[in-house]
Design a protein around this ligand. Structure first.
Ligand code: GZL
Length: 337
């Protein structure tokens, strides 16, 4: 699939220099190779065709991640990107990967919607000698079936969120907590729950309900409406949302019920995208753990290294941080997503 083409810039440049060497005043010194008919064929550049199977467009984080991937896998960086967004549908995503295999792409990058169900299609990619790089979420399939993964430590994000809650909110009385879970079966939903539960274990933080909002704002709002109808705004002390978008939906539901988000009901979320950080600055969210979506450069570096036959690290973590309301106010204007 790799296409070779003359790097037109080098060729045109050499031709221009040759012309300059023949100019009337004779003053422009063209480089020797151009002046004496040297090789001006330029170098050939191989375009790498990459099939990218994105989860969908479910959240602000996903949009930032897609933009970062498209910027990294650009033509000027030597890539031809075949992009598919699966609308959060695991079956559609696996089908998209099968299409990439049939197209004979040079490499496949996947942000897997869910952890399970990947063994067969990853084996098919390996049988077709097409390397697979995972970005963002992980899978339960054997590491032998993909070349590398780049992303964030979701469990650590859940621990950070839980530790802040214990330090800032836990005391004698119970902290009655409702959870807005990410997409069922996804690595971030599983790991952020595990990390948070570990961190609150033995404290007065009490999870009274936990349902999925599928990482979307609408999902967060409708699940929060259900919680408010079941427990009343006075029956809930804290919302732990697995991403900003569901937290922003919860804010809408809390305000519609006449309560004050960030005060009557505290909110802790994960991602730190622009809208979430603004809500944090505005006092409607109390703490955010960042999940850095800028994974494109590392993913592109891994693809090129693997195709060049270089050894690569199987697990590649990207750093992230966390923000209180005061910290968010200091940095929000300089953030890029
Ligand atoms: C996390 C990513 C999650 C984000 C959500 O790396 O997979 O999916 O936290 C996004 O906002 O929808």
């Amino acid at each position: 699939m790799r296409k070779k083409f003359l790097s037109t810039i080098a060729f045109a440049g050499a031709a221009a220099l040759t012309m300059a060497g023949c100019s009337s005043d004779g003053d422009t010194e063209a480089p020797d190779d151009a002046a004496n008919g040297g090789d001006t064929g330029g170098d050939t550049t191989e375009m790498i065709t990459v099939g990218f199977a994105q989860t969908g467009a479910e959240s602000g984080w996903r949009s930032a991640n897609t933009e970062a991937m498209q910027a990294a896998f650009s033509e000027e960086n030597g890539f031809e990107l075949v992009f598919n967004a699966a609308d959060n549908d695991p079956a559609a995503q696996i089908s998209a990967v099968r299409n990439f295999i049939n197209q004979g792409v040079d490499a496949i990058v996947i942000a897997p919607v869910v952890e399970d169900g990947w063994d067969d299609v990853l084996q098919e990619a390996q049988d077709a000698d097409i390397p697979v790089i995972l970005e963002d979420r992980t899978v339960t399939a054997s590491e032998d079936l993909y070349a590398a993964w780049v992303g964030l430590d979701f469990k650590a994000e859940g621990v950070k969120a839980g530790e802040w809650v214990v330090d800032e909110l836990a005391g004698d009385g119970p902290v009655r907590t409702v959870v807005l879970e990410g997409t069922t079966g996804s690595a971030p939903a599983n790991d952020r729950a595990e990390g948070f539960n570990e961190a609150i274990d033995g404290s007065s933080v009490e999870i009274i309900d936990s349902q999925t909002g599928d990482f979307t704002r609408d999902g967060g709002r409708s699940v929060m409406e259900g919680y408010i109808s079941n427990y009343g705004v006075d029956g809930i002390d804290l919302v732990y949302a697995h991403n900003d978008d569901m937290g922003l939906g919860a804010i809408e539901a809390i305000e519609a019920a006449g309560a004050v988000p960030g005060e009557d009901i505290k909110i802790v979320t994960i991602d730190a995208v622009k809208d979430g950080m603004q809500a944090l600055v505005d006092g409607k969210i109390n703490f955010i753990v960042e999940c850095n979506p800028m994974l494109g450069e590392k993913a592109a570096e891994l693809v090129k290294a693997v195709l060049n036959g270089e050894e690569v690290q199987q697990v590649n973590y990207v750093e992230d941080q966390s923000f209180t309301q005061e910290q968010a106010a200091e940095v929000i204007d300089e953030r890029t997503y």
